[in-house]
Design a protein around this ligand. Structure first.
Ligand SMILES: NC(=O)c1ccc[n+]([C@@H]2O[C@H](COP(=O)([O-])OP(=O)(O)OC[C@H]3O[C@@H](n4cnc5c(N)ncnc54)[C@H](O)[C@@H]3O)[C@@H](O)[C@H]2O)c1
Ligand SMILES: [Zn+2]
Length: 665
């Protein structure tokens, strides 16, 4: 085999692997920038050596695949990718090519390129019938139940729509929701999600639609498909979709030349930073549908459209030092301290290096000039090193072996990327972090006590774990920095009040790895007391709905420690709620008592009869007509307009099935 052919094969294999990681696992291992460079290299090699053409090459195919978790659906119209361009020359070359293939002037629609997961929606008689992922372009995953939970996807259309049609769009996760989810993950000691795009795509593949409903996804639409739409241009296409109730961003503009296209690009390259969701470029489409038809498609993309990618914002700067942070769960995160540099409107001083493998892979060394990029992520990342500027004296980075805080030897578990400090009860940042978690708003919500005071208390040797809080006296805390008589009183009172916090939140407050709010609720509801959880085997834990082996192992490990058991015993002595209260236990089965509830419409995840039975089992009364006595309505799809009107007139709340089931659970 020739060298060229070998190189081509190697690149194809590599790119297939990356496609799989990106589209199927939603967990890319290289940056898009690196991926695009490799794909371009392959394209160039193939262009120069047509004898090695292969219809299965990543240059010839849409990158995705179908997964086994969902029903596979064959697309009625194939779903293509887009060709990419990066410069004015690229766009002019494209215009020259297409002008040879069509008659007349060409007008373009310019749209934003939303960075999310491609989606095909089928509507029948004005109702959403099916939502399917792009998959490999020929067939995709049926994710209808999940997509129905997205509020910007209309379940019932308005206006004068055809009885059946398809519409294409992109499911995105706006920054605000993405950041919120990550804050929660970090607070729970979990790894933050990488970027909104992969998180949006991963969300669609969850098995539990109620879980998807909690994620603030949005669907932005960009194209109706089909012949009987009564339109002749892409611009009218967008208008129609808008009129029928779809969310179509109004940034789209018509351009009469490539220069006008570039004006649009330049404008949005700056203003996209004010958009609530991520965009990675502009999509330029030939506006006239007749011309589109004449141009047709290549194996992978339409000839009548072109993506123009915004340049990822990158700078290079010096890496001054690497420091290591210890989290509340003991996880070690290496942090790059950079020579401060301006990037995407903010000054960047630090970047995450993730873990030892990442440092090793990029061979990052102190003193290096490194490339830094800021995409949708909260923390900027290091893409690579400018080797031409590496000082001769530089040495390979040796990852630390011992905890930077307590010197304990670090461990790394099989299959995990992170190193841990195992000195659970003797490592200061872990001790402080755990107590800070314990008092936090979603946990014990202790008024009058903040994170900084916790650090002061620990460093003064007054507390060593959260159970010590309950023995603090006013006299002890008054000498602390900035502590006045009144604030000392508030602090002691706040701690005393926390014994009223219900069991499920106490369980979350304990800070067991992987036991976030939702898991804590599930465990509390199932086992009803801390003793039952302490005595549960891994097997019994895994049998609880949605509790996986990782969580089960972590729970067993936590209560396997004598120290932790002592702390829990002390909490018990101080009166902290370590079991469901009688009130909660009764409430659990009669939560709807005294309520008259109307059930209306068609339900996706539960049959009407099961829903009624569930309401009655919980003490509620199901009534068939809406009146002033109705407490609320569980509203499914296709709830009649007259019922809606009546509900609105009487100001009666409507709740969708997913939110309702979530509340009952
Ligand atoms: N890091 C990795 O390992 C890795 C692996 C594979 C792919 N990737 C990245 O994925 C991208 C390639 O993916 P792709 O093939 O899905 O192409 P793409 O995402 O670059 O473009 C095609 C998609 O754009 C979407 N789109 C958004 N707004 C649109 C609009 N207004 N009109 C029409 N379409 C619109 C469509 O859903 C369409 O499917 C590249 O950026 C590449 O770097 C990265
Ligand atoms: Zn330590």
């Amino acid at each position: 085999m020739s060298n060229i052919q070998q190189k081509i094969n190697q690149l194809r294999d590599e790119l297939r692997e990356h496609n799989y990681n990106y589209y199927v696992l939603d967990n890319p291992t290289i940056s898009d920038y690196e991926f695009d460079i490799k794909l371009k290299e392959l394209q160039q090699l193939e262009d120069g050596h047509p004898e090695f053409f292969d219809a299965n090459s990543p240059t010839q195919r849409v990158g995705g695949e179908v997964t086994k978790n969902f029903e596979t659906i064959v697309h009625e119209n194939r779903m293509y990718s887009l060709d990419n361009s990066y410069s004015k020359e690229d766009l002019e070359d494209w215009e020259t090519r297409i002008k040879k293939m069509v008659d007349g002037d060409i007008q373009y629609t310019c749209e934003l390129k939303y960075d999310g997961a491609s989606m095909s929606l089928i509507y029948e008689n004005g109702l959403l019938a099916r939502a399917v992922t792009r998959g490999d372009g020929f067939q995709g995953d049926n994710v209808t139940a999940n997509v129905k939970t997205i509020k910007s996807v209309p379940l019932q259309l308005k206006g004068d729509y055809p009885s059946k049609f398809e519409i294409r769009g992109e499911i995105v996760l706006p920054f605000e929701g993405f950041n919120k989810m990550n804050e929660e993950r970090i607070a729970n000691g979990e790894e933050p999600y990488r970027n909104p795009r992969n998180t949006a795509s991963g969300s669609l593949k969850l098995q539990d639609s109620a879980e998807v409903a909690k994620r603030p996804l949005e669907c932005l639409l960009y194209s109706l498909q089909g012949v009987n739409l009564g339109i002749t241009t892409q611009f009218e296409n967008l208008d129609k979709a808008r009129a029928w109730g779809f969310k179509v961003p109004d940034a789209a503009k018509l351009a009469n030349s490539i220069d006008e296209v570039l004006e649009f690009v330049e404008y949005w390259d700056i203003h996209r930073h004010n958009l609530p969701y991520e965009t990675d470029g502009v999509v330029i489409k030939v506006n006239n549908l007749q011309q589109q038809e004449e141009l047709g498609y290549t194996a992978k993309a339409p000839r009548w459209a072109m993506a123009y990618k915004f340049k990822a914002e990158q700078v290079s700067t010096r890496l001054n030092s690497i420091t290591y942070q210890v989290g509340r769960t003991g996880a070690i995160t290496p942090v790059a301290n950079l020579e401060p540099v301006e990037l995407a409107g903010t000054t960047v001083k630090r970047a995450s290096l993730h873990n030892a493998d990442q440092i090793e892979k990029l061979d990052i060394r102190v003193g290096d000039e490194v490339y830094v990029e800021k995409g949708g992520e909260i923390i900027p990342k290091i893409l690579g090193v400018d080797l031409s500027k590496r000082p001769k004296t530089s040495k390979r980075t040796e990852y630390i072996n011992n905890c930077p805080e307590c010197e304990t030897e670090l461990i790394r578990k099989e299959g995990e990327a992170q190193h841990y400090c195992p000195n659970y009860n003797g490592c200061n940042p872990q001790i402080i972090g755990r107590i800070q978690h314990y008092i936090s708003r979603k946990a014990m919500d202790i008024e009058g006590l903040g994170g900084e005071t916790v650090a002061l208390l620990v460093n003064a040797g007054l507390i060593n774990n959260y159970s010590d809080l309950y023995e603090l006296t006013k006299e002890q805390v008054i000498p602390l920095d900035r502590m006045a008589e009144k604030s000392a009183d508030n602090l002691i009172e706040g701690i005393a009040q926390s014994v009223n916090i219900p069991f499920e939140r106490v369980l979350y407050a304990l800070g067991i790895r992987y036991v976030g709010e939702t898991v804590a609720k599930k465990l509390a509801k199932h086992f009803k007391s801390i003793d039952a959880i302490i005595n549960a085997s891994e097997e019994e834990l895994v049998n609880v709905d949605e509790i996986g082996i990782k969580i089960a192992e972590s729970v067993v490990e936590f209560f396997g420690s004598e120290e932790n058991n002592n702390i829990v015993d002390r909490l018990k002595q101080f009166g902290v709620q370590l079991e469901m209260s009688a009130e909660q236990l009764i409430g659990q089965t009669n939560i709807l008592e005294g309520h008259s509830i109307v059930v209306s419409g068609v339900f996706e995840s539960i049959s009407r009869n099961d829903l009624k039975k569930l309401i009655e089992d919980n003490g509620g009364k199901v009534s068939s007509s809406i009146s002033s006595k109705t407490s609320f309505i569980v509203a499914g799809d296709k709830m009649g307009p007259s019922k809606k009107e009546k509900a609105e007139k009487l100001d009666i709340d409507m709740i969708n099935e997913y939110d309702f089931l979530q509340k009952i659970k």
